[in-house]
Write a protein that binds this ligand. Sequence first.
Ligand SMILES: NC(=O)C1=CN([C@@H]2O[C@H](COP(=O)(O)OP(=O)(O)OC[C@H]3O[C@@H](n4cnc5c(N)ncnc54)[C@H](OP(=O)(O)O)[C@@H]3O)[C@@H](O)[C@H]2O)[C@@H](O)CC1
Ligand SMILES: Nc1ncnc2c1ncn2[C@@H]1O[C@H](COP(=O)(O)OP(=O)(O)O)[C@@H](O)[C@H]1O
Ligand SMILES: [K+]
Length: 498
Amino acid sequence: MERIISGTDMKKVDEYTINEVGIPSLVLMERAAKSVADLIEETTDKNSEVIAIAGTGNNGADGVAVCRMLYIDGYNTCIYIMGNIDKATQEFKTQIEIAQKVGIEIKDASRLTRDEMDKKHVIVDSIFGVGLSRNVDGDYKKLIEAINQSKAKVYAVDIPSGLNADTGKVMGVAVKADYTVCFGELKLGAVLYPGADYCGKLSFDNIGFPDVSYKKCETVYKYHTSDDLKLIPKRPNYSNKGTYGKLLVIAGNKDITGAAFLCAKAAFRTGAGLVRIFTAKENREVIQKLLPEAMVNVYDTDDFDKKALDACIEWANVIAIGPGIGTGGIQKNMVEAVLESRKNTVIDADGINVISQNVKLKKMLHKNVILTPHLGEMARFENKTIDEIKDNLVKSAFNINYMYNANGILKDARSVAVTQDDIYINMTGNSGMATAGSGDVLTGIVAGLLAIGCNVENATTLAPYIHGIAGDLVATKMPKASIMATDIIEEIKNIMPQ
Ligand SMILES: NC(=O)C1=CN([C@@H]2O[C@H](COP(=O)(O)OP(=O)(O)OC[C@H]3O[C@@H](n4cnc5c(N)ncnc54)[C@H](OP(=O)(O)O)[C@@H]3O)[C@@H](O)[C@H]2O)[C@@H](O)CC1
Ligand SMILES: Nc1ncnc2c1ncn2[C@@H]1O[C@H](COP(=O)(O)OP(=O)(O)O)[C@@H](O)[C@H]1O
Ligand SMILES: [K+]
């Protein structure tokens, strides 16, 4: 597990570290600059000409220090200042004084032309960091546009200038970097889209912030790394199929067969011991052919037998409901019966749509439920537009827990998983996964993890991580355009622990 932090919270960490812990600002800055200078030295040759384009805040101060370090190491460097130096931070003024004494040339960035930029090999982008406070316009905008058109390699200090470090939103215009080094932790604005597309190769360096400073800030987001796969429960030798859960998959309808198959098969590959599919009678034959390992119970849409459903619910210890079920009265009754059982439950797709239309069902959500909406489903659930959800991705996901006491995976290119304890941003996966049925596979993975004994919290946060790795493994074997949901399922076996 690693941490992600918003720009706003990082400022609190900065302040606490400097004012309460007593690590001087310039000491932190020296390490920040060193990490960028080291990266430039590792990825360029010494003949490279480097310019820092520096705003007059502490991000600019970092850039000036980067240039000074490279200059001392033999690089040809020059600093271009953007903004009014009279209003500069004390750290900036200090860094400029040092640079001048060292012998580095300092110029005015408002006179910097595209042609001049093209003659340089490396641009250190240190115009704005987490202190960006409003939309970028005027000369700043022109400068950033020129950086983006130049042929130089761009190294962003802390975050590409112009990105909102809390949301990843482009504030009018933003630098398109080849490399970005975040200080402290990865910045939320650098991992969320569209920001993520502006960072190039993204890394972070702690630069000496102590743990106690993070504890003082309000929210720390997290992301899973391969170490966390150890959270998946081990399979004891002395076990049988009942040990690995009785999963009921309520999915599919008259014209929709695939959803139940994809979800159930993904659950099997994740380790579920027994899977029973409850679906419309028209699907029985094809599902039995596609997935003979699953038990199949069916219902008649025109003559729904609630008792048969109740028996299935009674049998199960984990339930996945929603993919392709439809949103009529029968489906409402199904969702209601499932919620009444209070069993560990994943609710996806139409399951969520049904709840969105029904206040009573919303109130029945509980702590053993995991909702897995995509942006459209979340928009309906919250009665908002998709753009509103996109612009507030983390907050929308958070609301699933805050408002309804449930867990959630808000699916997007960077899915956000929320539980009572944590908010995880998923860093795995690729655009090849934007394909029909991919979400059904995720539902199956969540349900499979619950079935093998993962607690609700771990199942919520690990499922998108595993799903994304599976997609990334597929992408090593075929073009992203060709990836299908069934390919993703087949990689799950290469991720689960032996
Ligand atoms: N010791 C520390 O704290 C450490 C900090 N570190 C580094 O400091 C960075 C944060 O520094 P920061 O807080 O000084 O803010 P920063 O990102 O330089 O921007 C502020 C400047 O931008 C200006 N400005 C803003 N928006 C604007 C706009 N749209 N258009 C035009 N101008 C605009 C704003 O001007 P003003 O709003 O006052 O007019 C001000 O001049 C952080 O990202 C990291 O790199 C590390 O070294 C670790 C130790
Ligand atoms: N560009 C992307 N990068 C990473 N993951 C993606 C991307 N696009 C889609 N996904 C993932 O693929 C899945 C799509 O789910 P969903 O929209 O419910 O599809 P469907 O309804 O067709 O099953 C989600 O888990 C989502 O996070
Ligand atoms: K920057």
